[in-house]
Structures are given as structure tokens and as C-alpha cells.
Design a protein around this ligand. Sequence first.
Ligand code: PAF
Length: 274
Amino acid sequence: MEIVRTIEALQEAKQRQQGSIGFVPTMGALHEGHLSLIRQARAENEVVIVSIFVNPTQFLEGEDLDAYPRREAADAKICDVAGVDVLFMPTIDQMYESDELCIGAPAKRGYTLEGAKRPGHFDGMLQIVMKLLNLTGATRAYFGKKDAQQLALIQQMVRTYFLPVEIVPCPIVRDADGLALSSRNTYLDADERQRALCLSRSLKAATDLIASGTRDVTTIRTRMLEVLALADRVEYVAIVDRAFLPIETVEIGGTILLVAAWIGRPRLIDNVWL
Ligand code: PAF
């Protein structure tokens, strides 16, 4: 595996490779969730590029940019063992200039749910993903469904700007007890780790209700909120269609259930696609 830190070195490394490029963008602190993306990229492409870059423009003032877990050496080892060809770990200077041209998230679906709670987050996320897709020349890029809105906005950006890349949505990876994997889970102490299960359990309670025939969104939200009583603060419980617009009745095949809640220090998110 080649480790490259500059754009020039990335372009040189790419010239030494041939064939379709599977790209997995990450912010590091790699876990099984990232590994599942890398494995899928490895299975479907001749070349696999992973990026590790804690992107400052997608963190809001007061968020955990400085504290975000950074484990460069361990992450590089994980990528190497997983068969990654090129690991791109640029500096901020490589990726940004001052007074940049920016990409804006769309007014409706970019400013609801995560976008409403973290205004500006999606602008920064789209900006870096656009740069990384262009730099890597990815044939396919792999994103987890845990960041459901992020995934939908990236798909929209690819459509809007006619980017020549296939976006591959990948399933959420969970611990055996149901907790969705996240780099921010490392912030949880033992009690918080246990309480964090209320996110996935609220989704399970909702899907149980739906399986027994309930379709009314108010009834399902009320049940989810009961289970989420263990959270320190619930930011939202949302039941939306594939465009992230609120609905009144669940439709199998067209609904996403989403939750965001604070458990101790981290703010965690989870969702289920029906
Ligand atoms: O999901 C993430 O880790 C980040 O938002 C991404 C896609 C790597 C962009 O910084």
C-alpha cells in the first residue's frame, strides 16, 4: 500500500495503477463500518483508494473538530491489511485555499433534520466530497447508509453536476447488541454505551409496530420517544420519505426512520430504511 499526503503524490500513485477505482472517503478512526465499505470496494474494483481527512469545513463552531479521534498509524495498518492500494492522508493546506468557491446544500433537504441541527455541515461535507471524487477519479465511491442524509445529498450532487462516478450505498454495520458503529462511540463510557442502545432499540420498537400493522407516524414516533427516554437529549425522531420530507403514513419501500440523540458527550444518529 502506498501512503500519499500530497495531491501530486496521489496523481503519481494513480498513474502506477490500472483499472476501475473504488474510493472510500473517511475521517479516520476506522472501525468495522469503514472496513465493510473497503471490503466492498475491494471486491468490486481493480484499485482501492481510501482517504483519511478530518474535514474542518463540515464541523460547526463548538463541535468536536479538535477532539475528533485521530489514529493515523492504526488506521494505516487496517487499510494495509484490508488490501487498500493507495491511502490518501492530505493536510488542510493541500485541500483548501483561502476565499474558496463553495458548494451549497439544497435549500430543503439540505436544511432539514441534520441540516437544521447543524446548519452549514452539509455545505462543508459536499465541498470536500466533490474535491475528493475529482482528485481520485473514482469509478465507484462507497458511503454508509448510517449517514442517510449525507448519502442522499451526495447522490444529488453527482446528479446535479453530472459527476462520472457511481455512488454505492452500503448497509449500516452494528455491534452484536445493535449499536450502530461510529467513530464517536469511542467517547462513550460504560454506562453511556449501555444507554446508547436506546437509539437502535427505538428503531426496533418502531419496526415491530410497523410489522404488526401500524402505519400511523404519530403512534410510531410516540413509541420511539418512550424508548429514547434513556437518552440525555433527543434532537429529533423523524419518519420521512426518500426525499427526507415528513409523511403521515408509513409506506414500506419508501420510508426512512431516523433518530439523533445526545448520550453523554457524543451526539449519535441511527436510522432504518423501510
Ligand atoms: O462520513 C464521513 O466520514 C465524512 O462526512 C466524509 C464523507 C468522509 C466527508 O468528510
